[in-house]
Design a protein around this ligand. Structure first.
Ligand code: ADP
Ligand code: MG
Length: 260
């Protein structure tokens, strides 16, 4: 019942046609039940998804359908579930620097500067201080915050903080990027800029990514496949392949003008 429906067939060759078809993430029949006030609450039921290297998956579904729960399981932050989750053919048994998770709230440390917040992630990486410095500087540049490296979180906007959070996840060069409604709290214009930035980063790095969003337009703009979930318990309703060439552009000229 996991129907696959192409939304559009255009001339552009999908990058996936050229990329490898190695499955890097294999989620097999995952079910999750919480205990809530002594009663079982079945949140995910028989969720299966195979993700190939370099693929960008978007997941949409109503609030409470289990999207964050699923990402936490894939990240290894919760290891109690039925079914199987394998990353690079090994069962996920806990968190790893290989799999970066960006939460809806950015959770920066208020007493650390932008640079220090990003560098913190590399503390136990084994890199020399010079290597850390080079990598952090480069990453801060990539998210367009070079002028704010020494600012504290309260001195920058919400959108900028979210970019710091993204830099903090990307600086580790994770091979899997998990994004849990990363732009949900941003205003429309910042959101658009961040989506384009993410698309650009994704095009240069080609990081396998899973984005949870309640914004269907965003899901289609960024994803190679859009997984539509239904609730109670959360399961896959359908998977839509987005067959649009990259880079994708917003169609509305007004939107482009406003954004610039
Ligand atoms: P989504 O991210 O799709 O909005 P969540 O994965 O956050 O949904 O939550 C799915 C369901 O699981 C909700 O009903 C939520 O209340 C419940 N839930 C999430 N975490 C816990 C927990 N630690 N204990 C009990 N119930 C939880
Ligand atoms: Mg959520």
């Amino acid at each position: 019942d996991h129907a696959t429906a192409p939304v559009a067939q255009l001339n552009g060759v999908s990058h996936l046609a050229l990329a490898s078809t190695t499955t890097v993430l294999d989620v097999g029949g995952v079910s999750k039940t919480f205990q809530l006030n002594g009663k079982p609450l079945n949140v995910l039921s028989d969720f299966s998804l195979q993700v190939v290297k370099g693929e960008f998956i978007s997941i949409v579904g109503s609030s409470g359908c289990g999207k964050s729960t699923l990402l936490r399981l894939i990240a290894g932050l919760d290891t109690v579930y039925d079914g199987s989750i394998a990353w690079l053919s090994s069962t996920v048994v806990g968190p790893s620097l290989d799999r970066g998770l960006i939460f809806q709230e950015h959770r920066l440390f208020p007493w650390l500067t932008v640079r220090e917040n990003v560098a913190l992630a590399l503390e136990s990486s084994g890199l020399t201080p010079d290597e850390v410095k080079t990598r952090v500087t480069h990453q801060i540049e990539l998210v367009g915050l070079s002028g704010f490296a020494n600012a504290y979180p309260h001195q920058i906007s919400g959108g900028m903080s979210q970019r710091v959070a993204i830099a903090r996840a990307l600086v580790l060069k994770p091979r899997l990027l998990l994004l849990d409604e990363p732009f949900g709290a941003l205003d429309a214009l910042t959101r658009l800029k961040m989506q384009q930035e993410l698309q650009r980063l994704w095009e240069t790095e080609g990081t396998t990514s899973i984005l949870v969003t309640h914004d269907v337009e965003e899901a289609v703009f960024l994803g190679d496949r859009v997984v539509v979930m239904e609730a109670n318990p959360g399961r896959i309703k359908r998977v839509v392949e987005v067959d649009l060439p990259r880079p994708r552009h917003r169609t509305s000229a007004e939107f482009q003008r406003i954004k610039d």
